[in-house]
Every structure is written in structure tokens, then in C-alpha cells.
Design a protein around this ligand. Structure first.
Ligand code: ADP
Ligand code: ZN
Length: 215
């Protein structure tokens, strides 16, 4: 199966993607994670990406598309994949179409998580992430047992550089201008499935599982 997961920043794409990956065992390809890895390794792509990400802007299409093209060519992506955070612009979506066409494959479904802005801002500005295992917490709604320590692995918790309130507002703005138009792009193709993203992680995942079981 070839899936896209979409939604504004903070909609819970990453959390659902983790669960989908575990349950259906196809690779989770997150451009955000790939950029953060490149930044940690200080590769040229990482250094370039950082200057955009820190401001809440999108990384230029050419850079992002090349990254995804390379990743989709890896053997584990042959049987299926879950793309998270890509495409984010119409140009990226058109390029994805071309890449898939070259390989005679197509997207089966686009899952769109729907969440109100106010909720998104609260979720993102309180989000904390474990440095060691990537588990996510929230300073109000999902506190760790010990302050700034991961319950799972005792790793240190940190706040993503782009998770402050100022940058979040810009990320939302960029989302509505550049990414939201993609929803009608996929709706027209009959691929879009909207899901209420404000329920519990488990309830949302149950809904996704039911939908995926039916295709
Ligand atoms: P979120 O969905 O919470 O905003 P991500 O981890 O998906 O977070 O992305 C973080 C940042 O990485 C984005 O704000 C953007 O700067 C950059 N990025 C990720 N995916 C793309 C993409 N497809 N095109 C351009 N920039 C991207
Ligand atoms: Zn941890």
C-alpha cells in the first residue's frame, strides 16, 4: 500500500505514522525526520535545510524532491510506503506523480488529519521530545513522570527549535498558503480521506485501521 498522511503542523501525523508503520510494517518516510537527521549530521543538505526550518519556512522544492526521490529508490520502499510531510506544495505533488509514474505505481490513499488552529498551537508549543528514543510528551497534557526525563528510556527531553509559538504561527501560515491547496488536488483524484484529528491517539488510529482494512 502507498499512503500519504497530511494535516497541519501538530495534527499528529508523526504519532499516527509510527502506529501505522508498526501495524502494517511498511516504511515511514518523513521528510521532517530526514531533514532533522541531516541537520544532526551537519551534511550540506542539513545546513541548508536548517536555515529554512528554524524560521518555519519550507525547504526549497528542488532539495526536498531530490531527498525523497533517493529515499523512494531504496529497496524497502518497493512494496509500499507511508509518506509523512511530503508533498507540501503543488510542485512537490506533481513531481511525486512523475516519480511514481516512472515506476508504474500510484498512491492508494491520502489520510488528512483535521485539527483546529487553536489546538495545534497549544499542542506544538508545549511539545517535548526525547533525545534518545523520540517519544513525545506535552508539558500540560502528557507530562513525563520525572520532569524533562523520558518515561520509556530516561532520555533527556527537549523542545524542537521550530516548536516555539512565534515559529508555529509562521508554520501554520505557510501550511494554509502552500499545503492546504493539495487537499483539493487529492480530493479531485478521489483519494482524500478526512479524519477528525482531535480525538485520542488510539481512537484516531482505530479509525485509520478500519479504513486501511477496507482497501
Ligand atoms: P510539522 O509537520 O510538525 O511542521 P515536520 O517534521 O514534518 O513538522 O517538518 C518540519 C519542517 O521541515 C517544516 O516546517 C519544513 O521547514 C521542513 N520540511 C519538512 N517536509 C518538507 C517538505 N516536503 N518541503 C519543504 N520543507 C519541508
Ligand atoms: Zn526516550
Amino acid at each position: 500500500m502507498r499512503l500519504l498522511i497530511m494535516g497541519p503542523p501538530g495534527a499528529g501525523k508523526g504519532s499516527q505514522a509510527e502506529l501505522i508503520k508498526k501495524h502494517f510494517s511498511f516504511p515511514h518516510i518523513s521528510t521532517g525526520d530526514m531533514f532533522r537527521e541531516a541537520i544532526a549530521k551537519k551534511t550540506p543538505t542539513g545546513l541548508l535545510a536548517k536555515s529554512y526550518i528554524d524560521k518555519g519556512e519550507l525547504v526549497p522544492d528542488e532539495v526536498t524532491i531530490e531527498l525523497v526521490r533517493g529515499r523512494l529508490q531504496e529497496p524497502d520502499a518497493e512494496q509500499g510506503f507511508l509518506l509523512d510531510g511530503f508533498p507540501r506544495t503543488i510542485i512537490q505533488a506533481d513531481m511525486l506523480e512523475e516519480i511514481l509514474k516512472e515506476n508504474q505505481i500510484r498512491i492508494d490513499l491520502v489520510i488528512n488529519l483535521v485539527v483546529e488552529d487553536e489546538v495545534l498551537i497549544k499542542r506544538i508549543s508545549g511539545r517535548r521530545i526525547c533525545k534518545s528514543c523520540g517519544a513525545t510528551y506535552h508539558v500540560e497534557t502528557k507530562k513525563p513522570k520525572v520532569i524533562d526525563r523520558c518515561d520509556e528510556c530516561q532520555g533527556e527531553l527537549f523542545q524542537r527549535a521550530d516548536d516555539n509559538e512565534e515559529t508555529v504561527k509562521n508554520r501554520l501560515d505557510v501550511y494554509y498558503r502552500q499545503t492546504e491547496p493539495l487537499l483539493s488536488y487529492y480530493r479531485k483524484k478521489g483519494l482524500l480521506k478526512n479524519i477528525d484529528g482531535e480525538g485520542s491517539i488510539e481512537a484516531i488510529f482505530a479509525e485509520i485501521k478500519a479504513i486501511l482494512g477496507g482497501i
